[in-house]
Design a protein around this ligand. Sequence first.
Ligand code: ADP
Ligand code: MG
Length: 248
Amino acid sequence: MSGSPPVIRLRGAGRRFGSHEALRDLDLTVRPGERVAVLGTSGAGKSTLLALLNGSLEPTTGIVEVFGENLARLTSSRRRPLQRRIGSVSQDLALIEQVRVLHNVNAGRLGRWSTTRALASLIWPHSLGVVRDALDSVDLGWALHERTERLSGGERQRVAIARLLVQAPDLVVADEPVANLDPVRAAGILGLLAASPTVRTLVVSLHQPALAREHCTRVVGLRQGRIVLDHAAADVDDAALDALYALA
Ligand SMILES: Nc1ncnc2c1ncn2[C@@H]1O[C@H](COP(=O)(O)OP(=O)(O)O)[C@@H](O)[C@H]1O
Ligand SMILES: [Mg+2]
């Protein structure tokens, strides 16, 4: 796999917000098939890094390439098809509240559908079987016809995962996708994402190092906006994690 072209390549990438440097001088190459966990304390820069990867933020220094393209350099019409190959779960789940769960899951495919087909699907949902399978896999088969706004925080998080599975993207960028889940469900959902053959490459931020070590192939640790740890998951020991999370 080390010979295949990278899915992600960051070279000296940094991001500032005003005078605050949220990320500095990141070099990172991720190849197809990798499952990369991004760890670090709150404020370390995890969400900012993931936003650079899916193109929702641009770097203020350096270069971010995804699928071999510098997203910031592309016109929006050339960037859009690339972004469709990226499935994102962000901390705000971006679900449509007033519609039934099945429509939110189906939205994973909207990018690939014509507007007419997408609109028609609100009345006659397409491929209900695919949606049902995705919901079953996150233990939400019962919620197919529920209104999304009725679901709990953890259930909504699982709807966002089902939407992602239906999208079958080449790259999944998931920002704390299991943060609101109980430990057993968190392990189940992360295991599902990491093992899913439709998720080609995964970058996921987590607050639970044990989950990272169990389900991911590689651990990247951020501290004050810098990469301070980048190892195969099997090689990450407690001392490295203690240093990553040490106060001040
Ligand atoms: N839109 C923004 N405007 C200003 N500061 C921001 C913005 N987004 C993030 N930051 C700052 O950048 C740093 C990294 O934030 P973030 O990437 O959200 O960290 P994490 O996800 O690891 O908790 C924090 O100090 C945060 O306050
Ligand atoms: Mg965050």
